[in-house]
Write a protein that binds this ligand. Sequence first.
Ligand SMILES: [Ca+2]
Length: 224
Amino acid sequence: MKRLLILMVVSILLAGIIFPSAVCATEDSLTEIDYDPNAITMYTYEESGVQPLWTPVPEGVTDGSYLLDCLNDGVYTRPSFAQIEFLGVHYLETGYLNKAFYIRIDLGKVYDLDKLSITWFTNRGVNYCVYGSEDGSDYNFFDDQSETEDGTMYTESVFDEDARARYIEIEILGLTRHDDGLGGEKNFFAMYEIDVYGTEAGKNQQQLLRKRLLLHPRKLLRLK
Ligand SMILES: [Ca+2]
């Protein structure tokens, strides 16, 4: 029985070496989470002095833009975007806000997360960090995108294997382009899409095992 097991393990490992494309297939097969974009909320701390809001649909605009639905509809072009505008003290040299504000996404269930990506509407970069929480009160740090450069159209956070959350918070630290002629303090940015990838917690054990087999074959050899 033990020999059979070893033979199976060796066969799997050899398959990984002979057909390395299998590793790529794992990357490509990420599952997108179909969360409700209308469950996205935004908040800041009262004492921060930052006033963020979702830009309301401008008068006369009837093409469906500026709605939260746009953030998870799989459309990465006009008019499918939503915009945030904010007023707050920021450092002129860096564009960083004195105090951050937060976008919170409720995925509806707890997920083992693989990746979060944002497709930006304009060519102004947004500096942010990503946190995750299973219960909505205790958050873990997931990723740092605070070095985003001006002109960035797409950012991506690939999470560690143990990243598990129902709630994701995107901490908006500021914009890379601070001077847009709007008076120094007022600013805005827009997003076409916020994509989150992962699988429902506890339902992906086989997938995780396969991932570990491919990524950490030596660990498997130590198993009895
Ligand atoms: Ca969209």
